[in-house]
Design a protein around this ligand. Structure first.
Ligand code: HEC
Length: 165
């Protein structure tokens, strides 16, 4: 007699409570963030930086890159220009790395005023895990992010220059 045991996991389709199912746009943004060609690194360096004292991001290391549109607001050293305003289609991707410098999550800013997920300044806020699951859906319009990113000396919401001058 052959006995076949089928194990059914009732949890296999569920995600952790803090991970929401991605919408089609979350997945589109995730795919944009995964692309690395054509980006310029903050301060022209792909080295991981230790998170700053002001951070709201739990991972210990980070590195930040700018697509061609966003890179127009960087100077020749890869630092953000004083008084910069990022043009439409700017994509800024902060890679959040764990203590072994393995990528855990993307923090994403995408300037697209016409997007239904954009906030009043035209920014879409993405917070997407390395595996594509969503930490903070774009449909929340940055409600978990803008309070902190509006602090003094932000540049069009950017904080990298303030904390890494
Ligand atoms: C309590 C403050 C705080 C909160 C909340 C916060 N951030 Fe940040 N964020 C920072 C700081 C400080 C930096 C500068 C780098 C660092 O030390 O992490 C930063 C950097 C970034 C960057 C790199 C671009 C730049 O220059 O700022 C992105 C993108 C980003 N955050 C996205 C987000 C998103 C998306 C959320 C919400 C889900 C969020 N942040 C919530 C403090 C915060």
């Amino acid at each position: 007699m052959l006995t076949v045991i089928i194990a059914v996991s009732f949890n296999s389709c569920k995600k952790k409570d803090d991970d929401d199912e991605p919408t089609a746009f979350d997945t589109e943004l995730y795919n944009m963030a995964k692309e690395t060609s054509g980006f310029v690194w903050f301060k022209n360096s792909s080295s991981a930086l230790p998170k700053s004292s002001g951070t709201g991001h739990s991972q210990p290391f980070l590195r930040t890159r700018y697509n061609a549109a966003a890179a127009t607001q960087l100077d020749s050293t890869g630092q953000i220009l004083t008084g910069a305003t990022f043009p439409e289609n700017s994509l800024i991707v902060k890679e959040l790395l764990n203590s072994s410098s393995v990528l855990e999550r993307y923090a994403i800013l995408y300037k697209k005023p016409s997007n239904e997920n954009a906030d009043a300044k035209g920014w879409v806020w993405g917070y997407i895990n390395a595996d594509g699951s969503v930490a903070e859906p774009t449909s929340n319009k940055g409600s978990a992010c803008t309070g902190c990113h509006s602090q003094s000396d932000n540049i069009d919401y950017m904080l990298m220059k303030k904390y890494f001058p």
